[in-house]
Design a protein around this ligand. Structure first.
Ligand SMILES: O=C(O)CCC(=O)C(=O)O
Ligand SMILES: [Fe+2]
Length: 298
């Protein structure tokens, strides 16, 4: 191949990347997520996979372009007042109390939640976080990192993409997630504190490891990792196996949660949606009607 052909090809590739909607958002030099066939892409994905295999958590620092950090923070701050706050007492498993268990069992350890969520339908279509969430190349990259063949946006119109709003001087207590994995983007780092703390793979399918969970709840942080995310940092986290919390923070903390599923039909239940977002949509009602209501098991 002649030099001229090579040069033309390189230019065409640059032009395509430059005009890609993600070029304005992601630091593509640090994370070359559009060049799927390159060694640099493979190295970036392998780096994330290694972190996930080691402790179920990967930090992609400075994921967002430097010149977009301020607009990203401002966008989140402007939306934060739209958060719905569900004042709840929950245990780490987010299950109802079971009085048949001993009082010191971790499933009977109830803590107070004070954070709120801005629902997806309150985030404008042209918001930076919506563009990122919906982008097929971003989704492709996340799926590659998770070693999943494909991931889907939630069908749920109000969950899936949400801003977790933690007011000044609050914390988010210890819990496991229902989702197997979550993608988080720090959109306003608090002034102080607010570290993301997690007990890597403290449980696994078939083994709840209650004794170790109990130790963490009692304040033993020997096996707890702590991460400080800056505005614009991206995190991939397998929260179903690693119990986690957000430590107390000074100043508002805004973290945008990008939820994806392994199937295209992910829809929150009526009860859960009402509790977390204070409302349901017609789509939730329709989905609930379609679930079987014949009072039979299975
Ligand atoms: O805000 C975060 O960093 C994580 C929040 C979280 O763990 C959750 O909403 O389940
Ligand atoms: Fe969580």
């Amino acid at each position: 191949m002649s030099q001229a052909t090579l040069a033309t090809q390189a230019t065409e590739q640059d032009v395509t990347a430059e005009h890609h909607p993600l070029a304005r958002i992601i630091d593509l030099e640090r994370y070359p997520i559009l060049e799927r066939d390159s060694d640099a892409y493979r190295a970036a994905v392998e780096g994330v996979r290694q972190q996930l295999r080691t402790d179920g958590c990967a930090l992609l620092s400075k994921f967002i372009r430097e010149d977009l950090i301020e607009p990203l923070r401002e966008e989140s701050e402007a939306l934060a007042p739209k958060a719905f706050y569900s004042d709840n007492n929950v245990n780490p498993y987010v299950t109802p109390d079971d009085p048949s268990l001993p009082e010191d069992h971790p499933a009977r350890f109830f803590q107070h939640y004070t954070n709120g969520f801005v629902a997806r339908d309150l985030i404008p279509e042209d918001a930076i976080v919506q563009q990122l969430y919906r982008d097929p190349d971003f989704q492709r990259f996340v799926a590659d990192c998770l070693e999943e063949p494909v991931i889907y946006e939630f069908a749920d119109p109000i969950a899936g993409l949400v801003i977790n709003v933690m007011p000044d001087d609050t914390e988010l207590p210890w819990h496991f997630d229902t989702n197997e994995f979550i993608v988080s983007l720090m959109t306003r780092r608090p002034n102080e504190g607010g570290e993301f703390q997690y007990a890597p793979n403290i449980r696994r399918p078939g083994d709840e490891n209650f004794a170790a969970v109990q130790r963490v709840l009692e304040g033993d942080h020997t096996d707890v990792e702590s991460l400080t995310l800056n505005t614009g940092d991206l995190q991939l986290f397998k929260g179903r196996y690693s119990m986690h919390r957000v430590a107390a923070a000074k100043g508002q903390r805004l973290c945008t949660l990008l939820g994806y599923a392994k199937t295209p039909d992910m829809m929150g239940s009526l009860e859960h949606t009402k509790r977390i977002y204070g409302r349901v949509t017609q789509q939730h009602i329709d989905a609930d009607n379609q679930r079987r209501h014949d009072a039979l098991m299975g």
